[in-house]
Structures are given as C-alpha cells and as structure tokens.
Design a protein around this ligand. Structure first.
Ligand SMILES: [Zn+2]
Length: 59
C-alpha cells in the first residue's frame, strides 16, 4: 500500500457544484464552498473531516 502523502492543505472538490478550493486539513472551523455554501470540511478534533473529494494534497 503506498504511503499517503502528508500535507497541510488539500484541493477539495465540492460535491454539489464541482468548485475546487484549497482547504486547511486541520481546520478548526467549518469550511464552506465559496460558490454554493455547502460544507466541505468540518472540524473533527485535530484533522478536519473532508466532505468533498480530495483532488490533490498541496503544501
Ligand atoms: Zn459548491
């Protein structure tokens, strides 16, 4: 099994409108899609729970 890439940010695709935006993976607050307002990440005690599709890990 390949090692997961470690990073602090991920490009996440919104499930609702396919907008892609950069999300901090340890977000302490809800992150909403800039376009449609859907929740794409929510804090989960440390690492945020990503609701959309992670396109790539950045940074
Ligand atoms: Zn959206």
């Amino acid at each position: 099994m390949p090692h997961a890439k470690k990073g602090k940010f991920a490009k996440v695709k919104c499930k609702d409108c396919s907008n892609e935006q950069i999300v901090f993976l340890h977000a302490a607050t809800m992150v909403k899609c800039e376009i449609c307002g859907a929740t794409i990440a929510k804090p989960a005690g440390g690492k945020a729970e990503i609701r959309g599709e992670i396109v790539e890990i950045v940074g």
